[in-house]
Design a protein around this ligand. Structure first.
Ligand code: GYE
Length: 321
C-alpha cells in the first residue's frame, strides 16, 4: 500500500482508537452488584447500609441498592428486577428465613451468583447461594445468657425475664432466642414469663414493654431484648412507669451500637452483646473474588465480643457504629 497523507491519517486515527479501546472496555467492565436491604428499622441497619454503600464506592463496584421496608415481597421484587437487569452478582439480607427457593432458583437459572449477608435462609439446597457472611446469632444469644447466669449466680429466688423478640421469622430472632434459652435452661430459677416481638424497632420495643409492665409490673427482674433499639424504646417505657432501668430491671441487649453505649454510660443498660454491621468491605471483596472465578467459603463468620456497662465509657470512643 502506498503511503499517502490520507492512509497515514487513517492509520493514526486507528492507532489512537486502539489506545483508547482498552480504557473503554475497562469502564464497561465495572462490576454491577444488586443489593436488597431489609429496611431501615434500626441503628444497626443504618450502619450496615452505610458500610455497603461506602465499600462499593471504594471498590469501584456499581451498586444497585434497594430498600425493602422490612417486607419479603419487596425483596423478591428487587431480586427479580436485578435478574432482569442482568447484574453480575446479587446480594441480600433476607428479612425472614423461609420462602426464598423460587426466586433463588430464578437467579441460579440466570447464572447470577447470590451472596447472603447478615441473615441466612433456611433452604436445604445450599447450591442456591455462593456464600453467607454474617454473625453467629445463636452464639450471641448464648453470650447474653451466660452474662445473665453469671450476674445472677448468687440470686436464690426466681428470676423473671421478659423477652423482646426481633422480627418474626427472621434468623436473628429465632437464633438469639434459641441460644439464650439453651444457656438459662440449666437453672430452673430463670423463667421467661413473657415473650413478644418488637420488630427490632424502638417504637415497638417501647409499646410492647409498656404492655409487659402493665401486666407484670414489679414482677419483672430482667429484660432480654434481641437488639439495642428495642431495649432503648423499652428503657423509656420503664422510666415512664416510674422504675429505674438497669437497677430495678436488669437489661441485656444485642448489637452494641452507639445508642447502646450512650445508654450504658448513662447507667440505663447493663450489657450489650456485639453484632457487627460493617459487612461492606467483606462483601465487596467476595464479589470481586466471584468475578475472578475464585472459590469462596460457604460461611464467613463475623468475630464479636460483649460489652458490659462497666467498660462502656472506655470503649465508646473506639466504636465505629
Ligand atoms: O441485630 C437488628 C437489625 O440482622 C443482625 O437486624 C441484624 C439485626 C440487628 O434490625 O438491630
Amino acid at each position: 500500500m502506498k503511503l499517502t497523507r490520507r492512509t497515514l491519517t487513517l492509520a493514526m486515527a486507528a492507532a489512537s482508537l486502539g489506545a483508547l479501546l482498552p480504557a473503554t472496555a475497562l469502564a464497561q467492565k465495572k462490576i454491577v452488584l444488586g443489593f436488597s436491604q431489609v429496611g431501615a428499622e434500626s441503628e444497626w441497619r443504618t450502619a450496615n447500609t452505610e458500610s455497603i454503600k461506602s465499600a462499593a464506592k471504594e471498590a469501584g463496584i456499581e451498586l444497585k441498592f434497594s430498600d425493602a421496608q422490612q417486607k419479603q415481597e419487596n425483596q423478591i421484587k428487587a431480586i427479580r428486577s436485578f435478574i432482569a437487569q442482568k447484574v453480575d452478582v446479587i446480594a441480600f439480607s433476607p428479612v425472614v428465613e423461609s420462602g426464598w427457593e423460587t426466586v433463588l432458583r430464578e437467579a441460579k437459572a440466570a447464572k447470577i451468583p447470590v451472596v447472603l449477608t447478615d441473615r441466612s435462609v433456611n433452604t436445604k439446597d445450599d447450591s442456591l447461594y455462593v456464600s453467607f457472611m454474617g454473625s453467629d446469632f445463636v452464639e450471641e444469644g448464648r453470650k447474653a445468657g451466660r452474662w445473665l447466669v453469671e450476674k445472677m449466680k448468687d440470686q436464690k429466688g426466681e428470676v423473671n425475664i421478659v423477652e423482646l423478640q426481633g422480627t418474626v421469622g427472621s434468623a436473628p430472632a429465632i437464633d438469639r432466642k434459641k441460644g439464650f434459652e439453651e444457656i438459662i435452661k440449666a437453672d430452673p430459677k430463670f423463667k421467661i414469663i413473657r415473650s413478644q416481638t418488637g420488630d427490632f424497632t424502638r417504637a415497638k420495643g417501647k409499646e410492647v414493654m409498656e404492655a409487659f409492665l402493665k401486666a407484670d409490673g414489679k414482677k419483672i427482674n430482667v429484660l432480654y431484648a434481641h437488639n439495642d433499639d428495642m431495649a432503648i424504646g423499652a428503657i423509656q417505657a420503664i422510666e415512664e412507669a416510674g422504675l429505674k432501668p438497669a437497677k430495678d430491671i436488669t437489661i441485656i441487649s444485642i448489637d452494641a451500637v452507639k445508642g447502646a453505649f450512650e445508654a450504658m454510660i448513662a447507667g440505663k443498660l447493663n450489657v450489650s452483646v456485639e453484632c457487627s454491621p460493617l459487612l461492606g468491605p467483606q462483601l465487596m471483596s467476595a464479589v470481586k473474588d466471584i468475578k475472578a472465578g475464585k472459590a469462596l467459603p460457604k460461611r464467613i463468620v463475623t468475630e464479636e465480643t460483649i460489652f458490659p456497662m462497666e467498660v462502656a465509657a472506655k470503649e465508646f470512643p473506639k466504636r465505629k457504629y
